[in-house]
Design a protein around this ligand. Sequence first.
Ligand code: ATP
Ligand code: MG
Length: 497
Amino acid sequence: MTPDQVILRAEQITKNYPGTVALDQVDFNIYQGKVNVLIGENGAGKSTLMKILAGVEVATSGRLLLDGREISPRSPREAEALGIGIIYQELNLFPNLNVSENIFIAHELTTGGLLIDHRAQEKRAAQLLARLEQPINPKTLVANLRIGQQQIVEIAKTLALDTQILIMDEPTSALSNAEVAVLVRVIEELKAQDVSIVYISHKLEEILQIGDYVTVLRDGRLVAEAPMEQVSLKWMVEKMVGREASAIYTPAAHAIGPEVLRVHNLTLAREGKAQGYLLDHVAFSLHAGEILGIYGLMGSGRTELFECLMGLHPFAHGDVWLDEKRLSGQSIAARIESGIMLIPEDRQREGLVQSLSVAHNMILASLKQYLSRFFLSSRKEKESVGRLIQELSIKVPNAQALISSLSGGNQQKVVVAKALLTHPKVLLMDEPTRGIDVGAKEEIFDIMTELAQQGLGVLFVSTELKEVMAMADRILVMSKGALRQKLIVPMPPKKHW
Ligand SMILES: Nc1ncnc2c1ncn2[C@@H]1O[C@H](COP(=O)(O)OP(=O)(O)OP(=O)(O)O)[C@@H](O)[C@H]1O
Ligand SMILES: [Mg+2]
């Protein structure tokens, strides 16, 4: 067999940001018609390296060789002209435009070079979505899509470019298992057409399945590159983390106290003419010190459940009590005040203000606690922010750094920190480990356990059954807007009630 051809090679790439060496003399290969998977902890430099290949960022030093010829793309446009396309980690869609307009933005199909040919765009968009097995109408406004569907539109947008080199930066972080399976098939097709792929993900099992090669970065340095058949899950974790790590998580014991949250017949009808419910008479209770897991696929109503609990849907029916206090009909602010807080799934849109610093984002939801009389107590604020940066090991030069300069996973940790600073009694976590590396996942689990030990009720949803099984004291299964009572899985008793 002939060895695989390197089509694009990055040599000795260094990237300095003020206060951070994001990449330190990294070599990286992209193989013709193969998938090289890039892994590493949050902040290891994966996205930065890919942005350099895609012309979004310029390296401080080092060079890029395409087919042996040196290139220096200065913009995504220039990279596309060289046949390099990228699916960004963070969604880059315009919510006020429709799906096909988003797919063809800046590459509009025109009639005779003058007017946008909406018909042709919609037809082509429909074909791309059909290829991804997503029956989304190309005329749907992106704002009305759930986050997983937006991610699929993001993928379609890059497929529309027909590039020879395709970089996918965590394309599946918001996808359901079925949607991931479709993407895996699409990747196989692309490979058959000789497209060369870089794939970034924190889902290690998915990586074993998709990758032909694996490259590991740690703290901005290249740690290893190997053909996939030579490596194991254990190898990947050890190379990433730099030490032996166990793949199984067992939460520490936490005593379960009285009921803190009771939900009775919570119902949310579909909007408009559509029949049926987004939430169908949901009822359950949560105890202090309990970690309750909800397992359900994307679109099963999990996000709506959390939104209703926070008061985002004024037309929801049913009752919610927090510590004997009736929340139904109360505003979001009043609910937060009463002690319920949400860590949302979509951190970009709902969780963070990109133009503010890490510290300001953290204290945004809890300003009151830091107001001693009329001015902000900056000492108190500094203490709490500093403590959380340490406890969650958020990788940031200092608390004043802009949130937009953090890696995706570290931004997610800031969202968690922000919720913790409100000192809730009940914490709702929507996919708490989305985009978070194996090591940091354990930290998030540790935090959940610690919170339970402090008497908080923790309610979390996840699409990863393994995660739910490892973390939850009880599991509720959700599908089509309803809790399937019959499917409630009683967990083996870890502790006494
Ligand atoms: N614009 C920027 N300004 C300053 N620092 C930055 C900027 N972009 C990235 N960094 C820093 O560079 C480092 C690498 O970030 P990068 O986004 O490449 O990580 P990553 O490996 O993609 O992590 P994740 O898995 O969390 O997405 C981080 O320490 C990050 O804070
Ligand atoms: Mg990244």
